[in-house]
Design a protein around this ligand. Structure first.
Ligand code: GAR
Length: 192
């Protein structure tokens, strides 16, 4: 199962995926390419470390979506990678048609809350400020309904009395690092 990872940030979840692959815990999954919409994103440094091609893909002029020529460029470039699965690991842009139609059923996203609670930006902070006692992370299929696609799996994290936003963030990241590679491994076993 050929995997393309898209991310905008430090790439700790992409690292967890690559680490799992290195340790034989990614099933039949193989990361073939990493792309980032930010030239300075930490995720791009994983390429040389793990021997996977990693490249900046310009998504200008927009800040939070993928549209127009940039979207066409993403579609063509990612199509050339022949992906079976596209993993959004902290990719901070909303995807829509025609991108979603081109890769229908092949895109999964990681979100740092128990969806459908706290969709959108800052899922961890939203949950922390609301005072919930259990939050977590979700892997779901990507559809036009932002953060609303079919839920594939979730992991729960208990918010303890002495948790701060920082300590909760750490716990959720740890849960994400376990959940996402495990979901990918499972999906790969089902892939044709
Ligand atoms: C993760 O916590 C992921 O759930 C979140 O971005 C972080 C990326 O971290 N994604 C979203 O908020 C998507 N709406 P990473 O770059 O260290 O993997």
């Amino acid at each position: 199962m050929r995997i393309v990872i898209l991310g905008s940030g430090r790439g700790s979840n992409a690292e967890a995926i690559l680490q799992a692959q290195q340790e034989g815990r990614l099933g039949r999954g193989q990361v073939v390419q990493i792309f980032s919409d930010r030239a300075d994103a930490g995720i791009l440094a994983l390429g040389p470390r793990f021997g996977v091609p990693a490249a900046f893909l310009d998504a200008a002029p927009y800040k939070t979506k993928l549209d127009g020529e940039a979207e066409q460029h993403y579609i063509a470039t990612i199509t050339a990678c022949r992906p079976d699965l596209i993993v959004l690991a902290g990719f901070m842009r909303v995807l829509k048609l025609p991108f979603l139609a081109r890769f229908e059923g092949k895109i999964i996203n990681l979100h740092p809350s128990l969806l459908p609670s706290f969709p959108g930006l800052d899922g961890i902070g939203q949950a922390f400020r609301r005072g919930v006692k259990i939050t977590g992370c979700t892997v779901h299929g990507v559809t036009l309904d932002v953060d609303g696609g079919p839920i594939i799996d979730q992991a729960a994290v208990r918010v303890e009395k002495d948790d701060t936003l920082e300590s909760l963030t750490e716990k959720i990241h740890a849960a994400e690092h376990a959940l996402l590679p495990a979901v990918i491994a499972r999906l790969s076993e089902r892939a044709p």
